[in-house]
Design a protein around this ligand. Structure first.
Ligand SMILES: Nc1nc2c(ncn2[C@@H]2O[C@H](COP(=O)(O)OP(=O)(O)OP(=O)(O)O)[C@@H](O)[C@H]2O)c(=O)[nH]1
Length: 471
């Protein structure tokens, strides 16, 4: 049923509440130029009745002017929104599309596939639960297919659907499908992804997109849309130990001091023994407060305020964890870094470093090795250019609480920011937490340290830096 009919039939309130109850799948589409990404997304929108009549009329009109699909309606025009992009015939930015079916709602990150847009792909992949990897049936697994798969895999996406598109051009030949599947599986042995499905498809004609095709009797699994409807959404990180990065310290009156933030993993309960990192000071949760009242137990993803039973020093960027946590605190990390700026990465240069609510600064001490995104081969370099990926060792000005990205995406990923332009110039995923470096004796006098501690305790909203932790 189309959205308009559904709204008409149910009334707006019932429609909205039905939408709210549906589970959400975030996914991204990857493909090389002309593999048919835009046509596929257009087909999904069209066949799941997500297009309004006026949009459809505009589509028919545009199709006459700039359509690229010959006899067929060029569904790519529905998604290639930008004028410049239409004229050049390529997708140049990350576009997020929303659509829903009776079973589920979806957000698709439509990212450009060219190598010079690796950073855009990384952005799209960082929030996706599933990747649709498009392969043109005529050309099979290409260097680009490998690059896209590697990026999605690096960002921790654990479900891939390899959509072997344009099967109509190869007469829906089973041998072509099987050959591409075997080639891909061989390549995927180097990746971590565990769930890979293959669909022989024609985005243009609609085969195996929304309905099962009669041209592919050898394919017995579900059409693409059903696979998407039935795929498990990435689990909220309930099982991992609790991490509560403090975003803001509030003191509305002298009797209440609370720490606001979002629980990025695990659960926290009233009365639970906790400690604050990096200081390691321990306390007990007095109450968990939300706008709607108190919580007995807080779940992953919930935003709330924690009040502790003791007056201990907590500031923005600190992390509240269970008392028996073995969470690492360190100033030396090894990470997979994607360089996102025209100016190359310079070893030893000071960059601002942001991990969740923690802001500090960092230098890249060394590039352990680069990774060729096309072949996955390792290389050596002393600079990183735009869109290059490398394993690097970073030294931070202050010690931080962090996790390995594989275990916890929120506390395992960070960005590097240029100090002058304030632009995000690198995105990193932590691979290893190295032993903390020796701290130099503090250069501050006892009075300065004490005064700093007092200011931080009584005026937390000033967000003064903890100078005792500076190296
Ligand atoms: N025969 C056939 N042609 C297709 C199919 N899917 C897409 N095409 C055609 O392939 C061309 C490229 O399709 P697009 O959807 O624009 O490709 P894209 O991957 O989005 O390309 P960029 O936006 O340039 O990245 C168009 O002419 C489509 O009509 C298919 O299943 N069969």
């Amino acid at each position: 049923m189309s959205t308009a009919n559904e709204v008409r039939e149910l009334g707006i309130d019932a429609y909205l509440s039905r939408q709210q109850d549906k589970s959400l799948l975030r996914m991204m589409t990857c493909g090389s130029v002309d593999d048919g990404k835009s046509t596929l997304i257009g087909r999904l929108l069209h066949d799941s009745h997500q297009i309004y009549e006026d949009q459809l009329a505009a589509l028919h009109k545009d199709n006459e002017k700039v359509g690229n699909a010959g006899e067929e309606l060029d569904l790519a025009l529905l998604v290639d929104g930008l004028q410049a992009e239409r004229e050049q015939g390529i997708t140049i930015d990350v576009a997020y599309r929303y659509f829903s079916t009776a079973k589920r709602k979806f957000i698709i990150a439509d990212t450009p596939g060219h190598e010079q847009y690796t950073r855009n792909m990384v952005t799209g992949a960082s929030t996706s639960d599933l990747a649709i990897i498009l392969v043109d049936a005529r050309y099979g697994v290409q260097i680009q297919t490998k690059r896209h798969s590697f990026i999605c895999d690096s960002l921790g996406i654990n479900q891939f659907v390899v959509a072997i598109n344009k099967m109509d051009i190869v007469n829906f030949d089973e041998a072509v499908f099987e050959k591409i599947k075997a080639d891909y599986l061989k390549f995927a042995e180097q990746l971590n992804v565990s769930d890979i499905k293959f669909v022989p498809m024609s985005a243009l004609k609609g085969d195996n997109v929304v309905t099962r095709s009669e041209h592919t009797p050898y394919y017995t699994d579900k059409p693409l849309l059903e696979l998407l409807e039935d795929s498990p959404a990435a689990e909220a990180n309930h099982s991992f130990e609790a991490r509560f990065p403090v975003q803001y310290v509030v003191r509305p009156n002298l009797d209440f001091r609370g720490f606001q933030g979002t629980l990025t993993s695990g659960t926290l309960s009233q009365g639970q023994a906790v400690k604050v990192l990096p200081s390691g000071k321990s306390s007990t949760i007095k109450e968990l407060v939300t706008f709607d009242g108190h919580l007995e137990q807080a779940q992953t993803g919930q935003a709330f305020t924690i009040a502790l039973t003791d007056e201990i020093d907590v500031s923005r960027g600190d992390v509240i964890v269970p008392a028996d946590s073995t969470a690492a605190v360190t100033n030396l990390i090894q990470a997979k870094l994607v360089w996102m700026h025209e100016e190359p990465l310079v070893l030893g240069k000071n960059y601002n470093f942001k991990l969740g609510s923690k802001n500090t600064s960092a230098i890249v001490r060394k590039i352990d090795h680069t990774i060729d995104v096309n072949t996955l081969e390792k290389g050596q370099a002393d600079q990183l250019q735009l869109n290059e990926i490398a394993i690097v060792t970073l030294e931070l000005t202050e010690s931080i609480v962090a996790d390995i990205y594989r275990n916890n995406h929120e506390t395992g990923s960070f960005i590097l920011i240029d100090r002058i332009s304030n632009l995000t110039i690198g995105a990193g995923m932590i691979e290893a937490l190295l032993a903390e470096e020796e701290t130099k004796p503090s250069e501050f006098s006892a009075f300065e340290l004490e005064f700093n501690a007092l200011v931080r305790k009584h005026f937390p909203h000033w967000q003064a830096l903890d100078i005792s932790k500076l190296k």
